[in-house]
Design a protein around this ligand. Sequence first.
Ligand code: SF4
Length: 214
Amino acid sequence: MEKKEKVMAIYTLLDGLYPETIVFLDQKDPFRFMVSVILSAQTTDKMVNQVVVPLFKAYPTVESLANADILLVEEIIHATGFYKMKAKNIVACAKTLVGRQIPSTIDELVKLPGVGRKTANCVLGEVFHKPAIIVDTHFGRVVQRLGIVDTKDPEKIEKEIASILDPDFQYRFSMAANLFGRTTCHAKKPSCPICPLVNLCPSADAFLKGSSKE
Ligand code: SF4
């Protein structure tokens, strides 16, 4: 099977499995959503959803966060880890965006403090409904195991899949593959015996025989 054909087959199966796109972060306002994604590095979405409640209560606008006392921001977001860097980034990001709209291109988004390609693609897909391949730990693991890519480099994964998959399907594919990684293709013990993608997966045999070196 050609790679393009295989990716479409995987997309179709995942799309059927998860007909609804589930976004794990609660905040819907574009700026708040972007801040939530920045805070989500190395922590759980559940933790972020908790921490942003007092954060946006204390700083409800871009302007107020831009003028925030960084030590107070650190205190509020402490539980998300890497809190010093995250506090510095979200306040700097707010300063950059006072009086401006959030940019809608990846080139402009990645110039914002604390915004890498993963965050930028989340914003492109969720806020602007643009094509977006979001490479996080779950997505990267799934596409490698399925043999769609042969690299661990997130930017290479993003660009390779973006070059294969129709732009209209990219954001849906990102979210569905992410959910599939969380629920089925687990990091430690993937559920290969019940996996609907088993016939398309070159890693399945090794896991089923218990011989995977992962
Ligand atoms: S067969 Fe196993 S390793 Fe392959 S995608 Fe399914 S759960 Fe993941």
